[in-house]
Design a protein around this ligand. Structure first.
Ligand code: ATP
Ligand code: MG
Length: 590
């Protein structure tokens, strides 16, 4: 019997009850652990335990190649491929704990490298393949890269020129990927395919402590130089259970996470969480393209789709008719992360996809989803949702200098609902980062009393839903008001002419800061002075004069990080003629 998507009961259908009963020990017991009590290893939970059971022949990953080729790998295939890679690392003399970097497109080699590295107990650090030589050098140096897996063309363009600046780097493996790219053989540079074929396809995972370092993820660099967040094997406990609760993964689901593994979302939810839950995951090598994405959703019968606000905004810009020409009825849940999701986008989802888009909130540092609009909940457009079972969140009192503490240095929680303050979490969930690599003091500064400080400002309503206000650094202080750029951007986006907006504060002698908006217009809308005035009036009507932008500037595109976030600090620097700071994650042509 085929179970239709609609008849599936959400995994988290009793929020209060599940939260009250939930313990992380119980979440741990959903996983197998290594045989004979030899610890906990992400690759075992994601791959080997399925390969040893009835799901062995279930498609784990389906790759949609740039060239139109579709490649399926079952859980059994993945077990063999990743065993080969783990053996290859041993043969090359790589030790557990050493860093294995990848600089690859979303091709099978990337996923084999990720999971084979975890099997071997060395540390996986994925780099986004669009990085130029400088960001690659910066991250590989900071991460003490021992081995790099990349393609011949990426190697020659981005790594060869800086290889002599990477003293820790011992080997480079080049993935030809069936192409005939000429590989100039250099010392300690090998063929990925040849080495993999020569390695054995069986591998027994050695004892792994849950606290062994597993993943190194660099943050998006939205607010400054990217930090290297350290995660451990125990993170898999959170990846598994948050995939189950927040993404509502069911065993026969087809799941698609559009994020690249170069960002934490693409690893936690593009690799680990779905595989742990035993589902089929779609991996598309091609970047955003509205028609292609709708076709993938339709042809692959995607049930659960995890994407980002910026992609949703681009789909909205492409127009409703494009969406309507595809059959999207397989979709059961659409979720989004990475940036605030404008209420307009939630409503658009309902109208065009037939489902609200469910926002959730987390960070590279938290390793997994913390706050979410779950499948069984009503969606409150504009809200990030409620903390997942096992996650204790709060709002701390906050002033110009930061979190307010009492005489005993204990941070004070806000007393009333809807008060804006710093979003904080009680440490103790398994995917919590354990350090910023080589920046331990910076890591320590993230804690106050018993709380982890997220750096984001938010408020909680009387029913316990959380609402994002802004990053601490982006919030605008104007005439005694604390203005979140998100609120202003969302209001502007309600105007049909606006496709995307970025809002910043400009220093002002009278009010402290004055609100300015940069606006990208919808397709075919002319940037006229009349429209500019209309938008200023529209903002004032929606937000009131104190919060509305005083000034609006049209831009053909807004600056984004490569992971798709609006870089407000760059808008501010450009506006004020300041140094632009670290732009290693800036998406070109934005
Ligand atoms: P950096 O720390 O280098 O400045 P970054 O904070 O953008 O970059 P990430 O860890 O990728 O790096 O992003 C996490 C941040 O993204 C959160 O702290 C928050 O500011 C923002 N974010 C993520 N999800 C949401 C959401 N649902 N709503 C609002 N903001 C979100
Ligand atoms: Mg951050």
């Amino acid at each position: 019997m085929t179970v239709t998507s609609e008849s599936l009961r959400p995994n988290l259908d009793d929020y209060e009850g599940t939260r009250a009963r939930f313990t992380w020990d119980q979440a741990r017991s959903l996983l197998d652990g290594l045989p004979h009590g030899r610890g906990l290893n992400i690759a075992h939970e994601a791959v080997d335990r399925h390969a040893a059971g009835p799901r062995a022949d279930h498609v784990a990953l389906r790759f949609l190649g740039r060239d139109g080729c579709v490649t399926d790998r079952t859980y059994a295939d993945l077990r063999a491929d990743t065993a080969r890679f783990a053996n290859l690392l041993t043969d090359l003399g790589i030790e557990p704990g050493e860093r294995v970097f990848s600089l690859l497109n979303r091709t099978p080699a990337l996923y084999v490298t990720a999971l084979g590295t975890l099997k071997h107990r060395s540390v996986f650090c994925p780099l986004f393949s669009a990085f130029g030589p400088e960001p690659v050098r910066q991250r590989m140096q900071l991460g003490d890269a021992r081995i790099l897996v990349t393609t011949p063309s990426l190697y020659h363009r981005k790594v060869a020129p800086i290889r002599d600046q990477l003293p820790s780097l011992r080997h480079v493996l080049l993935v030809a990927n069936g192409s005939h790219e000429v590989t100039r053989r250099e010392p300690r540079t090998h063929s990925f395919e040849e080495f993999l074929a020569a390695a054995s396809d069986t591998y027994v995972i050695q004892p792994t402590s849950p606290n062994d370092m597993a993943l190194l993820h660099f943050t998006s660099g939205t607010t400054g130089t990217p930090k290297g967040a350290v995660h451990v094997h125990e993170a898999v406990v959170a990846h598994n259970v948050t995939g189950y609760y927040a993404l509502d993964l069911h065993p026969d689901d087809v799941f698609w996470c559009t994020a690249d593994p170069g960002w934490v979302t693409g690893t936690s939810y593009g690799i680990v969480a779905p595989l742990c839950n035993g589902v089929t995951t779609i991996v598309d090598e091609v970047d955003f393209d509205a028609e292609r994405w709708y076709r993938v959703l339709q042809d692959e019968h995607v049930n659960v789709w995890y994407t980002a606000p910026t992609a949703v905004r681009m789909l909205m810009r492409a127009g409703d008719d494009v969406a309507r020409s595809y059959d999207l009825r397989s979709l059961r849940l659409v979720a989004s992360v990475g940036e605030p999701l404008n209420p307009e986008a939630v409503v658009w989802g309902e109208r065009v996809l037939g489902l609200p888009i469910r926002d959730n909130w987390w960070q590279t540092e938290t390793g997994g989803i913390m706050i979410a609009n779950c499948a069984a909940d009503e969606v409150r457009p504009g809200s990030m949702g409620r903390p997942l079972p096992g996650i204790e969140a709060t709002i701390l009192q906050h002033d110009e200098r930061g979190v307010i503490v009492d005489d005993t240095c204990t941070p004070l929680e806000v007393e009333h609902s809807d008060t804006v303050g710093e979003l904080a979490l009680r440490p103790g969930w398994p995917s919590m980062f354990r350090d910023y690599l080589h920046e331990h003091e910076r890591y320590q500064r993230c804690f106050a009393g018993d709380w982890y400080l997220t750096g984001d400002l938010a408020r909680r309503d009387a029913d316990g839903w959380y609402w994002f206000v802004g990053r601490g650094d982006d919030v605008i202080k104007s005439a005694g008001h604390l203005i979140g750029p998100f609120e202003v951007e969302s209001a502007l986006m309600e105007h049909p002419a606006v496709a995307e907006a970025g809002v910043i504060g400009i220093p002002d002698p009278v009010v402290g800061e004055r609100v300015k908006a940069f606006v990208m217009l919808a397709n075919d809308v002319e940037p006229t002075e009349e429209l500019r005035r209309e938008l200023i009036g529209f903002g004032r009507k929606r937000l009131g004069a104190a919060v509305a932008p005083k000034d609006i500037e049209f831009r053909d595109a807004l600056p984004h990080t490569k992971s798709g976030k609006v870089m407000r600090r760059l808008l501010r620097a450009q506006e004020l003629g300041l140094a632009t700071g670290d732009t290693s994650t800036l998406e070109p042509n934005t």
